[in-house]
Design a protein. Structure first.
Length: 396
């Protein structure tokens, strides 16, 4: 039951309560530092791999209007577990927060926009900040391709720091040799996993064996490895492309720090993996991967496998335009007026601090934090508290 009341809930701006996800094997403290949350005792020593900045179940604050307020705290959860930890359940629905899903239910077209609602039927986007090291070789199928299991997941990466990735298969890649190497690695990982689980091999020894075997197999010989510069935007929304975040802790000690905009589709039905970087969980299990499907759905078009063709060049304030989402960059030095147009707007402060004024309220939004503006807000003002850079996501 929704307990809160407001004269015009679709005319307000809402602070988004970020959902932080612990990733003990590949997270870090970049996100906490960006959001100025390192002083929170129960988070200080956590390795945070992701911050959910917008998704269908995002919680919107009803009473706080300043992200610098010490009472404005994140939620905290775990990878692959939907439940939020007990210490993060301080926000009561209808009293001091409302889920975006429930706000949408009150007036779907006023919140999302009529065109967005007709096209997608719900909040279609997931926006995250990631701090990640080595990630699996993977792809998502092309939008429009029908498959009994896999669904497309258009996504785009905006780098907040320099990083290292794989993108696309090499020109004249021997796909049979690549496929054979992936199956051989997977078979060996299953062998090691079984030995760990039946306690005939220690976990750390299994990890060493996996690393040695993978180095000898060298699956990277089949794909392109690239360094990516800070503020590069890589658009993967075409789908069908090989990609992965890579690891070089000496040159890139923070891993890959990425502001990621994508359609909100769950990994089990969208992420097709061929190689999982030799990861073994603490219980000895390994992740199931889909090598056959990966090679059936891999886009081998040389044009698509060229990273330069997927780097987006800024045109005015526009960073990215796709059929699924758009991204603008706003350089706010003083006071500027914007329109929501035909879609909700999501604002993320990359750096600086701003005030956002609508017909109903004013928010103060600091670096690393996000707010949500329903489509019916119409005109709103962004005022620089300090010179700021704001990323604006919406749908055209």
């Amino acid at each position: 039951m929704i307990l809160y009341s407001s004269m015009k809930p679709a005319h307000k701006a809402y602070l988004i309560i970020p959902k932080l996800i612990e990733q003990p094997t590949w997270g870090g403290n970049y996100i906490l530092s960006l959001k100025k949350l390192l002083s929170i005792n129960n988070l200080r020593n956590k390795k945070i791999g992701q911050s959910y900045e917008l998704f269908g179940q995002s919680k919107l604050h009803l009473t706080l209007h300043d992200s610098t307020n010490t009472s404005f705290l994140p939620e905290f959860g775990f990878a692959d577990k939907p439940d939020i930890s007990a210490e993060s359940k301080q926000y009561k629905e209808g009293v001091d927060s409302i889920t975006l899903e429930n706000l949408v239910k009150e007036n779907p077209s006023a919140v999302l926009g009529k065109d967005v609602l007709e096209k997608f039927g719900k909040m279609p986007l997931l926006i995250k900040i990631n701090q990640a090291f080595g990630n699996s070789f993977q792809l998502h199928i092309k939008p429009g391709v029908s498959h009994p299991h896999w669904k497309s997941k258009p996504e785009s990466w905006y780098y907040l720091e320099d990083g290292l990735i794989t993108f696309g298969i090499k020109k004249n890649c021997n796909l049979e040799a690549y496929k054979k190497a992936c199956f051989a690695i997977d078979d060996y990982m299953k062998y090691l996993s079984n030995k760990v689980m039946n306690k005939s091999l220690a976990l750390e020894d299994a990890k060493k064996e996996a690393k040695k075997y993978i180095e000898n197999s060298n699956p990277w010989q089949f794909i392109n490895v690239h360094e990516v510069k800070k503020f590069d935007l890589i658009d993967l929304s075409i789908g069908g492309l090989h990609h992965s975040w890579e690891e070089n802790k000496q040159k890139f000690p923070q891993g890959n720090v990425v502001y990621e905009v994508q359609q909100d589709v769950m990994d089990p039905v969208s992420t097709i993996r061929s190689f999982d970087q030799g990861k073994i969980k603490d219980d000895g299990s390994i992740r199931k991967i889909a090598i056959e499907d990966y090679f059936k759905l891999l886009d081998t078009d040389p044009t698509h496998n060229n990273l330069d063709n997927m780097r987006q060049s800024r045109k005015g304030t526009r960073l990215l335009t796709t059929d699924y989402y758009c991204l603008d960059i706003l350089e706010v030095q003083d006071v500027m007026t914007y329109q929501t147009e035909n879609s909700f707007n999501h604002l993320f402060v990359r750096e600086g601090c701003v005030e956002i004024k609508t017909e109903e309220n004013t928010l103060k939004l600091s670096s690393g934090h996000s707010c949500f503006l329903p489509q019916q807000v119409g005109s709103y003002i962004i005022k620089a508290v300090t010179p700021s850079i704001v990323l604006k996501t919406f749908i055209e």
